[in-house]
Design a binder for this molecule. Structure first.
Ligand code: TZP
Ligand code: MG
Length: 202
């Protein structure tokens, strides 16, 4: 699957300014290299509606050859036939997730070196590290770690890292300098022309 972490777009309907299907198509048009369906938070869809949207977004990714990840929901990984799953520190146990999906790509969120030490990150294919900058897309976001925090964690692992949290056109170059990928929610999903933003991010 190459370097799919380069520009990793994450969203759910709650993040979108326009129809999620249109937002995703435009983001792909702009050149995103992976997508994660993260239907989560106060205004998120639930139940059948979440599954239906997931099917439509999964299909768009399939048509364009973009790897499709599901955030936190093992059942949905099965139902949608996802290429990978992303797990947080307080969500699923990565040991169980790896047992259930031996050949899928698995991402793990890590915010601090302490979390890294207590994590089975060796079972993951990549780490999502942040928030690197201030974010408004996650209610329970941990403290901002900065590019220094990103580099510190990167230096301790042998798997690829994708930065997350507050990444936009004004600061993405700082992330690029570290060699980490960039994962982005609001700077793409919340915009009128996602394709133009993505072109400036890549
Ligand atoms: N994990 C750490 S920060 C964050 C997540 C899911 C939200 C990132 O969203 P944005 O809008 O790109 O800051
Ligand atoms: Mg989580």
């Amino acid at each position: 699957m190459g370097n799919y972490l380069h520009t990793y777009f994450i969203m759910g309907s709650q993040n979108c300014r326009n129809e999620p299907e249109e937002v995703l198509k435009k983001a792909i048009q702009g050149g995103v290299t992976a997508f994660q369906f993260r239907e989560k938070g106060e205004d998120a869809l639930e139940g059948e509606e979440k599954v239906e949207l997931g099917h439509r977004l999964r299909q768009i990714c399939r048509e364009h050859g973009v790897p499709f990840f599901v955030n936190d929901d093992v059942e949905l990984v099965h139902v949608l036939g996802a290429d990978g799953v992303h797990v947080g520190q307080d969500d699923l146990d990565i040991t169980e997730v790896r047992e259930e999906f031996p050949s899928l790509q698995i991402g793990l969120s890590v915010s601090t070196e302490e979390e890294l030490h207590i994590s089975r990150w060796d079972l993951a294919d990549y780490l999502g590290v942040g928030p690197v900058f201030k974010t408004s897309s996650k209610d329970d976001a941990k403290a901002v770690i900065g590019v220094e925090g990103l580099r510190a964690i990167q230096g301790k692992v042998s798997i690829p890292v994708v930065a997350i949290g507050g990444i936009d056109e004004t600061n993405v170059h700082e992330v690029r300098k570290t060699g980490a990928g960039a994962s982005v929610i609001s700077a793409i999903a919340g915009k009128e022309r996602p394709e133009e933003v993505v072109r400036r991010l890549t």
